[in-house]
Design a protein around this ligand. Structure first.
Ligand code: UGA
Length: 417
């Protein structure tokens, strides 16, 4: 927002994050973000603070806090959203617009509009569709803008305010859909549910490929050539993780249940199960290739983040597999270009190596679980000289089987012969 010419104040309750951001360091790895933080602060149009009263001059207030899964439940925890909105209340006037970006259960905006009514501020729900690892690009060049607004003057005021913020995007003819609160909230959960469904669909086909000897990557290429289906998000493998898709489909089921519409999204339970089964299948394949036991075997896991270009290890399929193998007696060493710090904090019981060559030294089997470019580029001949056993299991279907097999490797994958 600052790089687009707006004056921006970022508020967080966490003083360490504020200090890091002020020094130009995002508290997580995101390509291109650090440069923007420095640029915004050099321009004098971006500052970070823990002092919420600094928002008093602002017209537009974005609420961007997390809505994680509640421990032991499917539902989303919206307490951070509520706390952020409560902290704004003393600083709002009738010209203020509060814009929710967080992914919330449908009905939240309506509820918050009632909380904010005494201030005269208007409320809008403007869901966020950015992908980790592409956050800067997706934010500056979104493929659509969705505004959920109230009826009448309050909605018009909110729409006009946000149009000013997004003027450069609207100039680029980014489609803009203005709708009611509930639809805007549902757009986000429906979109993520659809993406999760697409991934689990192709992973279900991978199970059938495994049972029949077919190749899921060719199947995905062939069905993806039909424009109505499309090839994107049809990459079979270890399945989805992260802080969004898994918890969003669960929160959607929980909210649908509260609304008496649980049957409508009951299929998401199956989407979740297919996804979780891939992790177990990965472990089974690895154990099979090691003659039925991990005990005393050295296993190298390439990748800890839930996806490449991120250091996020929330619900990481790679770490779930690493932990399962460790509990079955394998000596697991994990490496990742960015996520080792976060992984070691979350799971100190695993071994970590600073880079791939250290992690590969003496391995009995190598598992490629997060498809960072440097792992896709591994040379089978050079890699063979580091390991003890030439066994590679490609959990993301990103390597060329013939290339590895002709270099003497036992190559296995999910959904491919
Ligand atoms: C997801 C959505 O893609 C964004 O549109 C949304 O804004 C975001 O959640 C959010 O709710 O904030 P993200 O979690 O960053 O974005 O990551 P994705 O690119 O969707 O990948 C999610 C998981 O699916 C990863 O673990 C990835 O490895 C896996 N995946 C993705 C597959 O297994 N196969 C695919 O074909 C694609």
């Amino acid at each position: 927002m600052a790089s687009l010419g707006h004056e921006v104040v970022g508020v967080d309750v966490d003083a360490d994050k504020v200090a890091a951001l002020t020094s130009g360091q995002p508290p997580f790895f995101e390509p291109g973000l650090s440069e923007l933080l420095v640029k915004g602060q050099d321009l004098g149009s971006l500052e970070f603070t823990t002092d919420v009263s600094r928002v008093a001059d602002a017209r537009i207030h974005f609420v961007c806090v997390g809505t994680p899964q509640k421990p032991g439940e499917f539902a989303a925890d919206v307490t951070y959203v509520d706390a952020a909105v409560d902290s704004l209340v003393p600083h709002l006037t009738s010209t203020s617009v509060v814009v929710g970006k967080s992914t919330v259960p449908v009905g939240t905006a309506e509820r918050l509009a009632a909380v904010l009514a005494p201030t005269g501020a208007s409320v809008m729900w403007n869901p966020e569709f950015l992908r980790e690892g592409h956050a800067v690009e997706d934010t500056l060049h979104p493929n659509r803008l969705v505004y959920g607004v109230a009826d009448g003057a309050a909605g018009e005021q909110a729409t006009a305010g946000l149009d000013e913020v997004y003027a450069t995007m609207l100039d680029e003819e980014t489609p803009r859909l203005v709708t009611d609160f509930a639809t805007a909230e549902l757009v986000k959960t429906a979109a993520n549910s659809f993406l999760a469904t697409k991934i689990s669909f192709i992973n279900a086909m991978a199970e059938l490929c495994e049972a029949s000897g077919a190749d899921v990557t060719q199947l995905a290429d062939a069905i993806g050539m039909d424009d109505r289906i499309g090839r994107k998000f049809l990459n079979a493998g270890l399945g989805f993780g992260g802080g969004c898709l898994p918890k969003d489909i669960r929160a959607f089921m929980a909210r649908a249940g509260e609304l008496g519409a649980d049957q409508a999204v009951a299929f998401l339970r199956e989407i979740d199960s297919i996804n979780m089964r891939r992790r177990v299948r990965m472990v089974d394949i690895a154990r099979d290739t090691l003659a039925g036991s991990f005990i005393g075997k050295k296993i190298t896991v390439l990748g800890a983040a839930f996806k490449p270009n991120s250091d996020d290890v929330r619900d990481s399929p790679a770490l779930a597999v690493a932990r399962l193998i460790a509990t079955q007696g394998g000596v697991v060493t994990v490496t990742d270009p960015q996520a080792i710090g976060n992984a070691a904090k979350a799971f100190p019981e695993l071994n970590y190596a600073a880079d791939a060559s250290q992690a590969l030294a003496g391995a009995d089997a190598v598992l490629l679980l997060t498809e960072w470019q440097e792992y896709r580029d591994l040379n089978p001949v050079a890699t063979a000289s580091l390991v003890a056993g030439k066994v590679l299991i490609d959990g993301r279907n990103v390597l060329t089987p013939e290339v590895w097999r002709s270099a003497g490797w036992t190559y296995r994958a999910l959904g491919r012969p």
